[in-house]
Design a protein around this ligand. Structure first.
Ligand code: TA6
Length: 287
């Protein structure tokens, strides 16, 4: 693997020893800062100057080879959820990705290109653009000689002021699979409030979701393309207690709004075909 330090940009992109001795990239722009661990190509921090973090990271998260980081933006590939005999949510989020390119625009936006080694017939690239917003693009190409199927998801954990203060817009009228009830339903709430464990895969939706957070005086916008599934998850009390890498009370300050292609929306690529999953994460003033 090439030395990531060769891509440093003085004052804007620094390679450092991260948590647990993992390698992390520190990015500074005129609008924001970000932190990415090469482990899992995991964005572990993004914040606009003067604002609370946009992303939640558990204080109990592990940072160790083979272990998923709890929070930030886990890259889920090539499967979502459990798989007998394999790690849940695929192998991408615990792999050591390579930094292959870095650049900075005249205005100060920093773009990183990372690649996932040992992905079989798939060529997997990840483009991260750090500016006033954070734009993540997962680019998967089938380099094999046969059609290939995969699931994928940017499993984003958002930092919020308080779970009972926020509401989610953009999913009204959308069909979803409720993993807790093992049943399908249609979202009827004009503004989804969370008051218990929620684990829902909204289907066939390209909609932008907004997390309205009066406590932090902001709206978090999740705009996506190349994605038909949106997952909303909060573990609430009991599941939080069962997760060793998640504080018992941390459910109060996070919600996952995840952009991907899951289950019935898994992606099939013909040989040489490419798919791009993109999410742009923004922090905006309340209306
Ligand atoms: O995206 C929601 C979910 O599938 C939940 O069911 C929960 O398992 C969560 O992902 C976290 O999964 P993890 O493997 O990271 O503990």
């Amino acid at each position: 693997m090439s030395d990531p330090k060769q891509h440093e940009i003085a004052g804007h992109l620094t390679v450092a020893a991260g948590n647990g001795g993992l390698t992390k990239l520190l990015i500074e722009t005129p609008w924001s800062t970000a932190e990415i661990h090469l482990h899992g190509a995991h964005v572990t921090d993004f914040r606009k100057t003067g604002e609370p973090p946009l992303l939640f990271i558990s204080a109990a998260s592990e940072f160790a080879p083979g272990k998923a980081i709890r929070g930030g933006v886990p890259v889920i590939f090539p499967w979502f959820g459990p798989r007998e005999g394999f790690p849940a949510h695929g192998f991408a989020r615990t792999a050591e990705w390579h930094l292959t390119r870095a650049s900075r625009t005249r205005e100060g936006a920093v773009t990183l290109h990372l690649s996932l080694p040992d992905a079989g017939d798939f060529e997997v690239g990840y483009r991260i653009v750090v500016a006033e917003t954070l734009t993540l693009s997962l680019i998967v190409t089938n380099r094999g000689s046969a059609a290939a199927v995969f699931e994928t998801c940017l499993h984003t954990y958002f930092q919020i002021s308080a779970i009972d203060a926020v509401s989610l817009n953009g999913l009204t009228g959308t069909r979803y699979f409720d993993k807790l009830l093992d049943a399908e339903a249609v979202e009827t709430a004009p503004a989804l409030k969370i008051g218990s464990e929620v684990d829902r895969v909204y289907q066939d939706t390209a909609a932008t979701v907004e997390i309205v957070d009066p406590g932090f005086q902001r709206r978090i916008r999740v705009a996506k393309s190349g994605s038909a599934s949106t997952v909303v998850w909060n573990p609430w009390i009991d599941k939080s207690k069962r997760m060793a890498d998640f504080g018992d009370e941390e459910y109060r300050q996070m919600v996952c709004v995840e952009s991907g292609n899951i289950a019935g929306h898994a992606v099939t690529l013909a040989p040489a075909q490419r798919a791009v999953l993109q999410a742009e994460l923004s922090s905006l003033a309340l209306d």
